[in-house]
Design a protein. Structure first.
Length: 418
């Protein structure tokens, strides 16, 4: 093993391409692991990846790799499937969280930009945002579009503001549908502002004390179909915050591309998801954080029991979904109470693994699978020829357990170790 793998992995002016052999390489596209795999890359792209050496014409006469790392696993950089970059998830105090959200848009933007630069250093190279009313996510989307923006920053894809009903849940990260003449004009306005996808809020959130979603759904299945038609006509996916069996049912029947959260989903609804091709982002982490910090949140007795029951039922639904072949994607809802950006995604992966999702599947979905949530399916999230060299190298085998990604690892971002 190289004494200084970081130096051996970094491209330089004198050596603009790097040839590396690793003990394991995750082929996320095909959900398989390659042994003693060869990688050749420059700053712009991966030139070769596979179990055979690179073609001689790419090696410019070299016969010895720059690094042989038999104890290392290489995998694509991670993609966060659901987060709110404008929020500070580390803060647990309700009053402090409320005060934070009252800051002006520029302050929120500057703080979010700092988080963004930190994400890539954890190996998270892109994120699909869940929306904010101050256009923080949209500004970061424009900043990082097409590889522009700060060097080594994760790319952001944002819907702008989420769409909710006037006076109903969602005002802190969205705007009301009633601000527009109709659904069509609402979607058109989002697209004109630069939305990468459309986010709607068909339901409220869980009442933990009662252990259920008590508020009626905000949108009918027919209204959601109108959102879907308008979004699809403009080349945008439709992302739907939904929990509670009635509201989740409306979202599925309306044809959304993804159900976010999906707590209290039924077995029949899971079958409909499979049949309609609806993907699911389960987001275990926000509810788990309520359990983990029950003392700070003031949860005891029946409420804490409700939280644990909700998580157990969610895990059962996840296993059913996996059996049905539903497309399970990986998002942490980072920014929500207790869910920090970056580490929240690793926690979500851990919770999915604990609930019964195979480790190889999790790693494949948080990379290549989540890539399909992003418009244009950018050239990362897979280790293959022509894709960007945005990879994780680690001696702590994540294929044994995703928890090993909590340990230190090297992040290669366009030929440089961050």
């Amino acid at each position: 093993m190289n004494a200084a793998p970081a130096e051996s992995l970094t491209t330089t002016a004198a050596n603009p391409t790097r040839w590396v052999i690793v003990g394991q390489l995750l082929d996320a596209k095909n959900r398989r692991v390659l042994s003693n795999a060869h990688l050749l890359y420059d700053q712009q792209q991966i030139l070769h990846a596979g179990e055979t050496p690179p073609p001689a014409d790419l090696l410019a006469g070299r016969t010895i790799p720059d690094a042989t790392l038999p104890d290392y696993t290489a995998l694509p950089g991670l993609i966060e499937g659901h987060s709110h970059i404008f929020l500070d998830g580390d803060e647990l105090n309700v009053d402090k969280r409320a005060a934070y959200q009252k800051q002006d848009a520029e302050t929120l933007y500057q703080q979010a930009a700092q988080r963004l630069r930190a994400l890539a250093r954890l190996g998270i190279i892109a994120m699909r945002d869940g929306g904010d009313k101050d256009q923080v996510g949209l500004r970061l989307s424009k900043l990082t579009a097409n590889g522009s923006g700060p060097a080594g920053a994760a790319q952001v894809f944002s819907p702008g503001a989420g769409i909710h009903r006037q006076g109903r849940y969602g005002a802190f990260f969205g705007r009301a549908l009633e601000n527009y003449p109709d659904i069509e004009s609402c979607v058109q306005a989002c697209v004109e502002e630069g939305a990468d996808h459309i986010k709607i809020v068909p339901t409220g959130i869980i009442n933990f004390a009662k252990g259920q979603v008590v508020a009626k759904p905000q949108f009918s299945a027919e209204e959601i179909r109108q959102f879907k038609t308008a979004a699809r006509a403009r080349g945008r996916q439709l992302m739907a915050h939904a929990s509670g069996d009635l509201g989740v049912g409306h979202a599925i029947d309306g044809g959304v591309d993804t159900v976010e959260h999906g707590f209290f989903i039924t077995a029949d609804q899971l079958k409909n998801m499979r049949d309609y091709g609806v993907a699911w982002v389960p987001t275990f982490t926000p509810v788990q954080e309520q359990v983990d910090h029950a003392d700070l949140m003031g949860w005891t007795g029946e409420t804490l029991d409700n939280l644990k029951k909700i998580l157990a039922n969610h895990a059962h639904s996840l296993r059913q979904a996996l059996t049905l072949g539903i497309n399970i994607l990986v998002g942490s809802d980072a920014g929500s109470c207790g869910v920090s950006h970056g580490l929240g995604l690793l926690r979500e992966m851990e919770l999915l693994e604990n609930a019964g999702m195979p480790t190889l599947t999790i790693l494949s979905q948080v990379t290549y699978g989540n890539r399909h949530l992003l418009p244009g399916q950018p050239p990362y999230g897979s280790v293959e020829k022509g894709f960007k060299p945005r990879l994780i190298f680690t001696r702590h085998n994540p294929l044994a357990t995703v928890r090993n990604l909590y340990h230190e690892h090297l992040v290669l971002f366009d030929g440089k170790i961050l």
